[in-house]
Write a protein that binds this ligand. Structure first.
Ligand code: PEP
Ligand code: MN
Length: 372
């Protein structure tokens, strides 16, 4: 019988590979977005073998958003990777998107197989991959789906777990948005944080390359991930990033990777020092009080929104007043900036508040019909 996916929550064996393989902390996976030529693979692996990298990554089959881009060199690139492993000793990591990829990757003794964001969204594809992986002791990493859906991410991980894979991990690579932001894929840190609290034994890595889409932000996002106690990083690395055949803007040179890694500040998981505990307890009490106040204010705001709902109802006026909403957003982003809050945070916060206000007004204007 297939193991119950919920068993995962208590199954400590899913964590073992990090310690069993005595991998360095934080774990570092690096290599080009795509394998391009044998020479590029050998040159990159040679340089990375002199860094703290534990696994050498390279995309062989590239899922591209639009047709016409470089779709990867295909299976023969695995021969180059094998040659690099034989020569420089770095174990290999490759993306797989279907059962054929899995079979070919396993035939080439690839050490880490990862499922990309565009594949995790599709349960049929993940199941096909899980079936092809049955019984493998290779490491399998599941990237988050492109959309911010924790259940879908967990579902993907559970499918692989149910196939008997125990050397499992998750990779956080951010989420697509329609609106342009500073990030290529917004991190939505609360989603991986929630994953971590549901599956505390599952190794969690961060891919700052696909989160940021730009090399000048890799260090900053890597540090944020370590501050959130991630177990490792996957960073795209190319000897001549600007000439890369895919994801040129976000790749760093092996030299830069080494510098980024050495500059990272490692944090202890906790401290038992008395003063620290006393101080953090006091600060947390203040946070708790502030949180209660926040909810009070939000409750008051909703009561006012309900009064507006009554008024709109009396005149049969529509709930959504678009210009008003645009004005509130703009004003609050300006006010937020004065209080040291980012535009992105203020925007997300007010979107949630606005949605809740609409739900309250809907209850008033359409009683008995129920909202979501
Ligand atoms: C990649 O790692 O090169 C890749 C395609 O990533 P993602 O699935 O996160 O887009
Ligand atoms: Mn890439």
């Amino acid at each position: 019988m297939a193991p119950d996916p919920h068993m995962m929550e208590n199954d400590r064996s899913v964590r073992n590979w990090l310690t069993e393989l005595e991998l360095s902390h934080p774990l570092l996976i690096a290599g080009p977005c795509s394998a391009e030529t044998e020479q590029q693979i050998m040159e990159t692996a040679a340089a990375l073998a002199r860094t703290q990298v534990s696994f050498f990554r390279a995309g062989i089959w590239k899922p591209r958003t639009r047709p016409g881009g470089f779709e990867g060199v295909g299976a023969h690139g695995l021969k180059w990777l094998q040659k690099a492993k034989a020569e420089f000793g770095l174990p290999l990591a490759v993306e797989v998107a279907n059962a054929t990829h899995v079979k070919i990757a396993l035939d080439h003794d690839i050490d880490v197989l990862w499922i990309g964001a565009r594949t995790t969204v599709n349960p049929f594809a993940v199941q096909e991959i899980a079936d092809a992986l049955k019984g493998t002791d290779k490491i399998v990493l599941v990237k988050n789906p492109v959309n911010p859906d924790l259940a879908l991410w967990m579902g993907g991980i559970e499918r692989i777990y149910q196939a008997g894979v125990r050397n499992l991990g998750a990779v956080h690579r951010g989420f697509s948005t329609y609106e342009k932001t500073t990030y290529r894929n917004i991190p939505e840190w609360q989603i991986p944080i929630e994953l971590k609290s549901r599956l505390p034994h599952l190794p969690l890595l961060c891919d700052p390359s696909h989160i940021t889409g730009r090399r000048d932000m890799i260090a900053e996002v890597s540090q944020q991930a370590l501050d959130l106690t991630y177990d490792g990083l996957m960073i795209e690395t190319h000897p001549r990033p600007d000439e890369a055949w895919s994801d040129a803007a976000q790749q760093v040179t092996p030299g830069r990777l080494k510098a980024i890694f050495e500059d990272l500040r490692l944090r202890k998981k906790e401290s038992t020092q008395e003063n620290f505990i006393a101080e953090i307890d006091a600060l947390r009490s203040r946070i708790d009080l502030a949180d209660v106040k926040l909810l009070e204010v939000l409750g008051k705001r909703m009561r006012i929104a309900e009064e507006i709902g009554q008024l709109k109802k009396s005149q049969n006026v529509a709930i959504l007043q678009n210009q008003r909403w645009v004005d509130v957003k703009q004003k609050m982003m300006r006010e937020g900036a004065k209080k040291g809050l980012t535009r992105e945070f203020v925007l997300q916060l007010f979107k949630a508040i606005h949605e809740e206000s609409i739900a309250h007004q809907q209850m008033i204007m359409n009683p008995g019909e129920g909202t979501k």
